[in-house]
Design a protein around this ligand. Structure first.
Ligand SMILES: Nc1ncnc2c1ncn2[C@@H]1O[C@H](COP(=O)(O)OP(=O)(O)OP(=O)(O)O)[C@@H](O)[C@H]1O
Ligand SMILES: [Mg+2]
Length: 228
């Protein structure tokens, strides 16, 4: 399991309090190889986003282990975990999570600035060009369309060159052409930089591009299929 990009062993996770408490992930075990692309599919509410956040170290399991790039995340305190994520994992959220008071360019530069990189704004601008938003550098998130915000979120996730990229419905809000350019970007990251991709998607065409699909149902892995 140490040689995997991501390994989950018998992960259980509940979220919420009191009557709203939900047992979301139930005994999930999964290994993802370095450089592999995995499509995470399943019905709404089956736990895809929660599983993705668990892999990215943003949710801690109640039991079971999450090992990313050979590191058992349960052994890291919050600060160490945040540093680990910043260096190794790019995350694209279902609802973007852009900082509303920062311009698009500032949002993309943020992870590099936090890492103390000198050329943060140059690299951020290059990444904004790569996602087709070179003409929207100084817009604030509220001044961008949903698809444009999605692309800013992707630029921010990939700008530090993460070894692992997890993305929650990266093409969900995009038209076909823009969606295709995002798919090309994500798979270029895999091909050119050897990144591991984990993508939640309802898009069967995108799922088929992955090396493997994993289907969740009611918080359990229902099926796995090799697609490539
Ligand atoms: N913080 C929380 N507190 C309580 N329940 C939660 C919480 N987050 C998620 N849930 C519940 O857990 C279940 C799984 O949620 P999750 O967001 O992982 O589903 P999903 O597969 O990503 O669905 P979708 O395709 O609609 O995005 C849902 O029934 C949801 O209502
Ligand atoms: Mg979701």
């Amino acid at each position: 399991m140490q040689d995997k990009a991501i390994a989950l062993q018998d992960v259980d996770l509940s979220l919420g309090r009191g009557a709203a408490r939900v047992h979301i992930l139930k005994g999930v075990s999964l290994g993802i190889d370095r450089g592999e692309a995995v499509g995470l599919v399943g019905p709404s509410g089956s736990g895809k986003s929660t599983l993705l956040m668990t892999m990215a170290g943003l949710e801690r399991p109640d039991s079971g282990r999450v090992i990313v790039d050979g590191t058992d995340l349960s052994g890291l305190d919050e600060d160490a975990l945040a540093r680990f994520r910043g260096r190794r994992i790019g995350i694209v959220f279902q609802s973007f999570h852009l900082v509303p008071t920062m311009t698009a360019l500032e949002n993309v530069a943020l992870p590099l600035e936090l890492a103390g990189e000198d050329d943060a704004f140059d690299r951020a601008e290059a990444e904004m060009q790569a996602v087709g938003l070179g003409h929207r550098l100084h817009h604030y998130p509220a001044q961008l369309s949903g698809g444009e915000q999605q692309r800013v979120a992707i630029a921010r996730a990939i700008v530090p060159n993460p070894a692992i990229l997890v993305a929650d419905e990266p093409t969900g809000n995009l038209d076909e052409n823009t969606g295709q350019s995002i798919v090309d970007l994500l798979f270029a990251l895999k091909r050119d930089r050897g990144a591991t991709l984990v993508l939640v998607t309802h898009d069967l065409a995108l799922a088929r591009l992955c090396d493997r699909t994993v289907r969740l149902r009611s918080g359990r892995i229902e099926a796995e299929a090799v697609t490539a």
